[in-house]
Design a protein. Structure first.
Lengths: 334, 364, 364, 334
């Protein structure tokens, strides 16, 4: 497919994910979509809207209400030739499936010395910013990235949501696909078809800048971009890297970016202790040591349970908090 | 095997004592509860229905983030609280506002969760009401633990553990019932089968003859009851509580009821069920039926009803007023209650927030 | 409700066709399986018993890290494999060595796990045998998924999913049975109730009348069978497989059997059960009973038995020899099979190991 | 209790834990011990040996085989006045209880604004080094430390196992108590009674040294000490810090140690990505930036599922791998 023939559509992230599912299901009859309320209702976020109607009850369907069961069922389907895509209704409701994910989904290829891979996609609407009550706003990526055998993706734009989900469904390995709930209604020109965006394992520089590098993913990318915009107005040039693929991690792009500026702030909504942000800070500190003019700093969620709706803004990385942190990066001229 | 297995199976039809038209019906060996208990239940139903309407209004006005309706299920919820004694415990879900209020918790504190001020707004230890459970069925093993602790101390506590039809599919339901049976814990597992788990109908949830048939697999007697019949509920749940208190172990009670409104205000029920189906259940309304019966036995007159309505109105008004007050919750609480003593790191993190607030203050 | 609930309950006594003394007994309406099937089962039992002894010897010699014994449960395991067709799937646990070998997998590959060379030593796709499950009951939802995939493609695959009595307490057991029933998946859930989960006796595991009574809670028929009677197992499991293949949905079969040895070589069974209890079960041995019966109907003579014994001996010897060969597993495999393609980080990590090995080599 | 009256006993770590349970149960009748095979059998590692016999069936008992049930049961018991101690038989068998741990155990105090704390201890025999087959050797600490509301302890000596378990049982908050399986048979002179060792939240310097600091915990501490011993023979002086308390983390002791040497290697058996080691590396890199002569390095398990017994030695941090890494710390004189 050449660039000239690529079809573009203006879509919200929710629509882009829906479209990715439709396109994948149309192309490959082994792709199945199931979970709680994803059938006739089309999912509580309407991500699977119309799929049952279009592909029938056998291809997109509701299951009994049991996440471990859903995940284990997916394992069996994948063992027997299918490419299941499951929806965990909200982040915290994936926890009942944790044993299935860690002890089976992540390990089957390894356990069988490569004989049995599991092409499963686990879609998880995740993180906060939508005023959700408790258990509806967890950023659970650290649990998954720490588990060897899972690819973990966190798109920040509708285009990435579309293209990364297409890659995820095509992947021979299990993928945890983290959909930032608060970005479901963000819009973008989305290039349809496969291979239009960098694939799994690739970070991208979303904004060029020379003074410091902001490293973010998923729901935090727009905040990082806003912070860079605000900084620019104050005369400071911030580069923004969107990690996109948490596992595999794109060291090359991230390290090159940080080396180019000599300063880095990692921005992530998840609680900070032993998180993806910790990993990024640790590996950047280690590999870019001699390029760093200041310690790598982190702007993350605090180490507290996700707050109730009226207090959640204290937990989410904000432009001000990012700029405060950037100000702290030991600028000789300040 | 101490028990003949057959005794663990539920009756073929749900127990009903007052039919949808308000007439008393015979149900072998089950007595109609005393009229004063029925009247007290009715008062609770009137209050619950009014409070549900109030909550819906508060959602529309943006005072509540979300609200899972109890309309149609009031009889289940009110009676679940009514059959308990003070020392007993109630384990409610997000849907069970009416049960918690009937237990004596201030509705303002119950709605804190949905208002977004905090997670659990009430002190669980005062009325012995656990925080409302959102992760489905996870509260059920807690209920068993609370019951077992009481039993170890020789207390006569009974625990009423609520869950929905959808929740019965979760592994935690299974594990909780099994623990309760093995430890003979005094727990009444009370399933409000309202035919749907959000959009998913019961037939997609289970192929069992009934949910109550799940009891025998744990050695727990299963019972079915008309969930829109407060009299039957008082009888069946009352007996289950008495049995548990007497040391005869746990029981599983399935109430057949219906969620008359959408799952929450955010849900669109027309996508998965017909108006005709809803109307069918309209005719089985728990309030109407109990009112007709109570009037027929001269236990309720217009004046008494007016009194109930007025009290319900007052509670609703008080709730509305309280929820309309904008008292911003304190961000310090976020850091204060992670551990009994904040760690040095949490203190440093709180300082970041306090510093930001200070600067905002100055900036103004 | 399409099915009269009563039909979902198991018979009061486990199905038995040959009693412990080796005599055929009547079991209403259940026919004795053909003699050649019984003879084939017997051959499997002889082989399984011998292989179990061999594995125990290999543990003592330090060739296996650990071994969970199948002694006493051979009839369950051999028959579970025997009733399957080639395209069917078997989902075994750590204890089911005999079932996997009866299915045709080389014992050397089965013992790879316990030898410590790799996790699963066989290719699950060749004989349609899932890797042995260690996390209890987690394999059961997989079995349902495999069955459902086949059904979606219109294949007539049946899945035999094994688990222990202890495993039935896990949430995954519940969720798997429920999924199977709702999707009418062709799965036979076969529980080997050997009275213990390591040290925990059945009475601490469940208060149910029987494990088979758990079926009705999912709308799945439950059956009980004497797990030391290969004839009854052939009959009951055979019928369950046929029923599933015919599209009539899943079934739950509970076999009453006994683990004659400790949980594994690392366990000390004297801490939790009496020698008298073990002896009681000695008298119900599955091999003895089938041998007596087969001789009584002139289907087995000394020569045939000698042939079986010799074949078993050969297999055991071959296994012993293979396990005594010290072929060090390749550390590269650790990094190669995490993903289909190693990540750059995994390649770098492998390089660390290779570099260390190189230097060791040089150091020598 | 004055130092003079403190009773000491030579105990293995397994015996020390058993003794801590016994002493706590004798002192406080609300302490209950339960799980799988912990009753008459005394646990598969014999950690609860004799407790049922001594305290009766109501105080130390077996449950049905269901970890989520065990954990949820503990929550209820703690809600109603008890101090439950549960044993998860092996690390990977705690995963079925993950939802209960994350959504309830860790959050109850917070959810109820401090009204309801859960004094639960979750004992987990963890990590490798014993030739265990799959699912018996996971290092799962990263999952717990990342979850706000859990204290996480990892003793490396019988003395610490005893004293930290006593503190854990006395703690008003839930504690994940990680028992390094391979150290169960290590012996030590154990001071009995409470308060004889530094408490929760305190790291200790296990060996003084001036050239570089090794930071380790649990099963990796003895390896780090061995490495320091070997390095000393080669003329390099390595300091060893035993973290002990992963949450709360003792920044003060760790930072002071690293600042004193200017070089640091974090040693941990767990897979490395987004792990406790990442967090330590990140926070040391950030806070000791100007004292560091070389980047903070990590010696951790590789990002692979735990290997089968015959390959596990490749996964475990070794003296050689630690020394190789120390050699890499940009020594001017090398
Ligand atoms: C573990 C878990 N999974 C999913 C959800 C999302 N969810 C909230 S309510 C609901 C349906 C519950 O149905 P049911 O148990 O019948 O209770 P009802 O809402 O009808 O009262 C779902 C799927 C959840 N809260 N918890
Ligand atoms: C999820 C999980 N929890 C605990 C264990 C540890 N464990 C291994 S076997 C076993 C007992 C299993 O008993 P049962 O299911 O009756 O099978 P049997 O060993 O008797 O064949 C236990 C507790 C495990 N493997 N998986
Ligand atoms: Mg429901
Ligand atoms: Mg068993």
């Amino acid at each position: 497919m050449t660039a000239a023939t690529v079809e573009h559509q203006k879509l919200t992230m929710a629509q882009a994910i829906n479209r990715a599912l439709r396109d994948a299901m149309a192309e490959d009859p082994t792709v199945l979509m199931f979970g709680e309320d994803v059938g006739p209702l089309g999912g509580v976020f309407r991500i699977t809207d119309g799929l049952t109607q279009e592909f029938g009850e056998d291809r997109c369907f509701d299951t009994p209400l049991a996440e471990a069961g859903i995940m284990g069922f997916a394992v069996g389907l994948a063992m027997n030739g299918m490419r299941p895509v499951v929806e965990m209704q909200f982040d915290a409701f994936a926890y009942p499936a944790f044993e299935q994910v860690v002890s089976h989904v992540a390990k089957m290829r390894n356990r069988t010395r490569g004989r049995l891979g599991l092409p499963i996609v686990i879609r998880i609407p995740y993180a906060g910013g939508i005023g959700g009550v408790e258990h509806h706003c967890d950023s659970s990526e650290a649990y998954y990235v720490h588990t060897p055998g899972l690819q973990v993706l966190a798109p920040s734009t509708p285009s990435d949501a579309y293209s990364l989900l297409r890659e995820a469904i095509a992947s021979p390995d299990p993928v945890v696909f983290l959909e930032p709930k608060k970005l479901y209604w963000a819009t973008d020109e989305v290039a349809l078809g496969r291979g239009q965006e960098p694939g799994i394992g690739r970070a991208v520089v979303r904004r060029e800048g020379t003074d410091a590098t902001l490293i973010a993913y998923g729901p935090s990318v727009p905040i990082a971009l806003d912070a860079a915009e605000a900084a620019a107005r104050e005369g400071r040039s911030l580069q923004v890297v969107d990690v996109r693929s948490l596992v595999p991690f794109d060291d090359e792009t991230v390290f090159a970016a940080v080396r180019s500026t000599g300063r880095a702030v990692v921005v992530a909504e998840s609680t900070g202790f032993a998180s993806v942000a910790s990993e990024i800070a640790a590996r950047v500190s280690e590999s870019c040591f001699h390029s760093l003019a200041a310690p790598v700093r982190r702007v993350t969620g605090f180490d507290i349970p996700f707050p109730p709706p009226k207090l959640e803004h204290f937990q989410l990385p904000s432009v001000d908090r990012i700029l405060d942190t950037v100000d702290d990066l030991q600028w000789e001229d300040s | 095997m101490t028990r003949e297995p057959g005794h663990l199976l539920p009756s073929e039809d749900p127990v009903m004592l007052i039919d949808p038209s308000g007439r008393a019906v015979a149900s072998d060996g089950r007595e109609m509860p005393p009229t004063d208990a029925l009247l007290r239940a009715f008062e609770g139903l009137v209050s619950a229905r009014r409070l549900n309407d109030q909550a819906y209004a508060l959602v529309r006005q943006g005072r509540l983030a979300v609200y899972p309706s109890s309309h149609g299920q009031e009889a289940c919820q009110v009676v679940a609280a009514q059959v308990l004694e003070d020392g007993d415990w109630l384990f409610p879900t997000y849907r069970d506002t009416a049960a918690i209020v009937a237990r004596g918790v201030d509705p303002v504190e119950v709605l804190t969760l949905l208002q977004g001020d905090w997670h659990s707004g009430y002190d669980p230890t005062i009325h012995h009401v656990a925080p409302q459970a959102t992760p489905l069925a996870t509260q059920l093993p807690h209920a068993v633990g609370v019951a077992h602790a009481a039993r170890l101390r020789g207390e006569s506590t009974v625990v009423m553990a609520l869950c929905g039809d959808g929740g019965t599919s979760e592994g935690d339901f299974h594990e909780a019932l099994n623990f309760a049976a093995v430890f003979r814990a005094p727990v009444v597992f009370f399933v409000q089968n309202n035919e749907y788990a959000i959009s998913v109908p019961l037939a997609r949830q289970t192929a069992a003859p009934s949910i109550a048939h799940k009891g025998i697999g744990y050695g727990i007697p299963g019972e079915r009851v008309d969930g829109n019949d407060a009299a039957a509920l008082l009888q069946v749940l009352g007996a289950a509580v008495a049995r548990a208190r007497a040391g005869e172990g746990p029981q599983l009670v399935e109430a057949h009821t219906y969620r008359m409104q959408a799952h929450t205000n955010a849900d669109d029920a027309t996508r998965y069920r017909s108006q005709a189906e809803v109307q069918e259940w309209e005719a089985k309304d728990p309030l109407t039926r109990l009112e007709v019966y109570l009037r027929s036995v001269d236990a309720l007159d217009d004046a008494t009803l007016a009194g109930f309505t007025e009290a319900a109105e007052e509670l609703a008004q008080r709730t509305r007023v309280a929820l309309n007050q904008d008292v911003a919750p304190n961000p310090e609480d976020l850091f204060r209650h992670v551990f009994a003593e904040p760690t040095p790191q949490l203190r440093a993190q709180l300082d970041i927030v306090l510093d930001e607030l200070d600067r905002e203050e100055v900036g103004r």
